[in-house]
Structures are given as C-alpha cells and as structure tokens.
Ligand binder design. Structure first.
Ligand code: ADP
Ligand code: MG
Ligand code: MG
Ligand code: MG
Length: 413
C-alpha cells in the first residue's frame, strides 16, 4: 500500500486503502468500488475482514496495537503479525495444505491477506452444535507430528534451527500472555481472573496443592526455555476451521520455539472441555457424541504416533539420533523413538491439565462452558473439568496413553 504509517483498517476505508494490492485484485476483483467488506473478527486480539467481489473472497487480518478483548489499556505490539506470517509459511512447508494460503503480507500495516476458508467454520462451534468432522483426528494428529518433527533438530540442521529460534525469540509479549494467563494466573487471585459462582471450593483445593503448583511451574520453565520445535502456541478448537470433512489450522500469532508436546496437549484439553460441557448442549444423543469426542482424542494420538514414527524412519535428516549411531551400526532405533514420544506425552498431558484449568479460571474462557446459561450446571461441569485437569497434572509422567486419558474422562464425567 501507499500508506507509510500503521493505521487500523475499517470496513469503510479498506477498499480505498487496499485497491492497488495485487492479491486482492486477483482474488476479489479489479474494481475496489465493487468490493463488499465485512468485519468478522470473533477472536480476542485482531481485526478480521472478509472482502468479497466478482472474482471471489479473501481474508484481511490486521493486528491492533492493543488487546481487543480488553481495550487500549492493554497495549500489544503490532509485530505479532510478522511472526504469524512467518509461522504460517513454516507450517505450510512442514504440513502442506494445513493452513490457509497466504496471498500477501504488509509488515507496516501488520496485515496478512489470505485464503478465505469456506464453507469452513470454527471447530468449537461445531463441537458445541454436536457435529462430527470426518478425518479430523487424522488431520490434527498428522499436523502436530509434522510440525513437531520438522521444526526440531530431528529434521533440521543446527545453524538453521538456531537462526529460526533467534527470529521467533523476538515474539516477546504474546508468549508472555501464555506465561501469565495459562501457567500462573489460575493458581492465585490474579486481577483479570473470573470464575463461575460455586467453584470456590474446587479452586481453593487447587491453590492449596503445593505439589500441583510446583509441577505447573516446572512446565512453565519448560515452556519458556525449551526450544524443541516451533509450536503454534494457541492450538485450541477456536484456531481450527472445519467443514464436514476438511480442516485447517489458523491463527498462529502465539508462535514460539517450545516443547514438542505443547500444541497436542493444549489441543486435547480443548476436546476434553468440549466433552465435559456436552451435558449442557446435547439431548438424546449425549453419550454417543461424548464418545465421538473421546474417539477423536484417541485417534489424534494414534495418528500423531504413526506419523511421527514414519518421519523418524524416513526423514531423520537433522543432528539428532543420526543413523550413524543406530542403523549404520546395525542397531534398530525404535526404542529411541519410543523414548522421544514418551517425553512428548509426559509434557502434553501436563499442559493439557493446565489448559483445562486456565479456561475456567483466568482471562479468556471458552464458549463451550461460557455459553451454558444455567450457572449451577455450568459450575458442576466446570468442576469435573478442573478436577480432571489436576489429576492429569499430577499423573502426567505415568499415564499409559490417550486411551487411559479417555477412561479418566469417563470417570470424572
Ligand atoms: P484472532 O487472532 O483475533 O483470534 P483469528 O485468526 O482467530 O483472529 O480470526 C478470527 C475469526 O475470523 C475466526 O474465528 C474465523 O471466524 C475468521 N477467520 C480467520 N481466518 C479466516 C480464514 N482464513 N477464512 C475464513 N474465516 C477466517
Ligand atoms: Mg483466534
Ligand atoms: Mg486438507
Ligand atoms: Mg489469535
């Protein structure tokens, strides 16, 4: 654009300001006067516009210099769009087709123009509505395995990995939100916390559990200091868009290099919260739908392991576990892969429990629970979720597999 300084777009100003952007002309139409613009951002942070015209539609996502959910009292750097753009490029390379196609990036305007996904809707809406998505677990399991593996030294050479870690280390304030809201605030009376009436006894139990708080702090230390792979950083059901049989991952502005188990742990937590919230959203088919959600969790885990083992066997091109130490000496490396996977799951189940806590206790609750009008019912369902979260944090190191997590969910339900 001809603009030299950042300025937030509006529905009114967008056509005039972006009328010369080739990507929009190509995907929407030559004449900006024919464009229709709709602001659809339902997230906590950014502006998202759908631009429609004779050629089709495109998404224009622009960062705001503050947290949308809170207002300009909480400034947030525009540079997060730069990291989101670079994360999308890496995700597209590491798992082709998993993220929207990027058409254009404007660093000064903190603006990404990308493919309009249709008829995809936010997965969380489908889970609340009781809809199934074919191929969901395979897509998510593969996505998590491919991005975890291909962003690590299992795949990368040291110089490339270090350069990328250095680049993404510039994304400071956004991961700091996770450090506070996810790992810290749930466990004390933080300013921005809120919770459903009736949960005070459960919350007191969590905050009086010193072992639990120590374990969560250990996970926070991991999160800030372990750069195993490039994580999405915000992989919940609101960052996934699906049709009945096709899914994509969006919104990686919380990207950083972090533990390989982080994304899949947060993801499973969001399916578990969907599971625990179902009694408020379903009628006759409640148990069948709840069981489908658990099946998705178990299948994500299976597909993750399958894909990770496949990449281990076929793409171990980095500096870690080289064939020189194993296959070239006639030694099988399956046990080494088993150990790496076990470490990923230990981290993932602890992160899973922490995510289950923060979505009911700190800022940014999820619609699965938030849309339950009956406060007493909401408190009862959230209490199940909070208690299972604590169990996961305590037992993360010894949980056998995702099936055991599903069995635990049935117990707490
Ligand atoms: P935020 O960072 O503010 O959470 P998101 O990237 O999650 O923003 O986008 C907010 C909303 O905009 C999404 O929930 C979705 O409804 C819509 N959206 C975002 N990207 C696309 C896309 N590529 N295609 C269609 N809709 C999208
Ligand atoms: Mg979002
Ligand atoms: Mg696909
Ligand atoms: Mg976002």
């Amino acid at each position: 654009t001809a603009d030299t300084a950042y300025q937030a777009l509006t529905v009114e100003t967008l056509p005039e300001r972006l009328k010369d952007v080739a990507a929009l002309i190509q995907h929407v139409g030559q004449d900006a006067a024919t464009w229709q613009v709709q602001e659809v951002g339902d997230g906590n942070l950014n502006l998202v516009f759908i631009v429609s015209g004779p050629n089709g539609k495109a998404i224009v996502k622009q960062a705001l210099p503050y947290v949308r959910l809170v207002g300009d009292s909480w400034p947030l750097p525009l540079y997060r769009a730069f990291f989101e753009y670079h994360a999308l490029r890496r995700q597209a390379a590491r798992d082709p087709g998993a993220v929207p196609v990027i058409y254009h990036f404007d660093e000064v305007q903190a603006m990404i123009i990308m493919e309009f996904l249709a008829p995809h809707v936010i997965l969380r809406r489908k889970l609340i509505a009781g809809e199934q998505v074919a191929g969901l677990a395979a897509f998510l399991g593969r996505y998590c395995a491919r991005t975890a593996f291909r962003g690590s030294e299992l795949s990368m050479q040291s110089p490339d990995k270090k350069a990328d870690v250095a680049l993404f280390a510039g994304n400071v304030e956004i991961p700091a939100i996770t450090e506070a809201l996810v790992f810290t605030d749930p466990y004390f009376d933080a300013d921005m916390n809120s919770h459903t009436e009736g949960l005070a006894p459960v919350i007191a139990k969590l905050r009086n559990d010193i072992g639990l708080k120590v374990k969560v702090q250990q996970m926070l230390q991991q999160f800030v200091s372990n750069t195993q792979t490039m994580v999405h950083g915000d992989l919940h059901s609101g960052s996934i868009m699906s049709t009945d049989d096709d899914s994509r991952v969006i919104d990686p502005e919380f990207v950083q290099y972090g533990p390989m188990g982080f994304d899949i742990g947060m993801l499973c937590a969001n399916f578990l919260m969907a599971y625990f919230s179902q009694p408020a959203h379903r009628g006759a088919n409640l148990s069948a739908y709840q069981e489908w959600i658990l099946e998705v969790i178990a299948d994500i885990s299976d597909h993750f392991e399958q894909e990770f083992r496949h990449l281990w066997a076929t793409e171990r091109t980095g500096i870690l576990y080289p064939a020189a130490l194993f296959e070239d000496q006639g030694h099988d490396s399956t046990a080494a892969c088993d150990a790496v996977l076990a470490g990923i799951w230990r981290d993932a189940w602890a992160v899973c429990g922490i995510e289950m806590h923060r979505r009911c206790l700190s800022l940014a609750h999820n619609a699965d629970f938030e849309e339950i009008d009956d406060v007493a019912l909401r408190a009862r369902l959230e209490a199940r979720n909070l208690s299972m979260g604590a169990e996961l944090i305590h037992t993360a190191d010894t949980i056998a597999d995702a099936q055991a997590v599903c069995a635990l969910a049935r117990e707490f339900n």
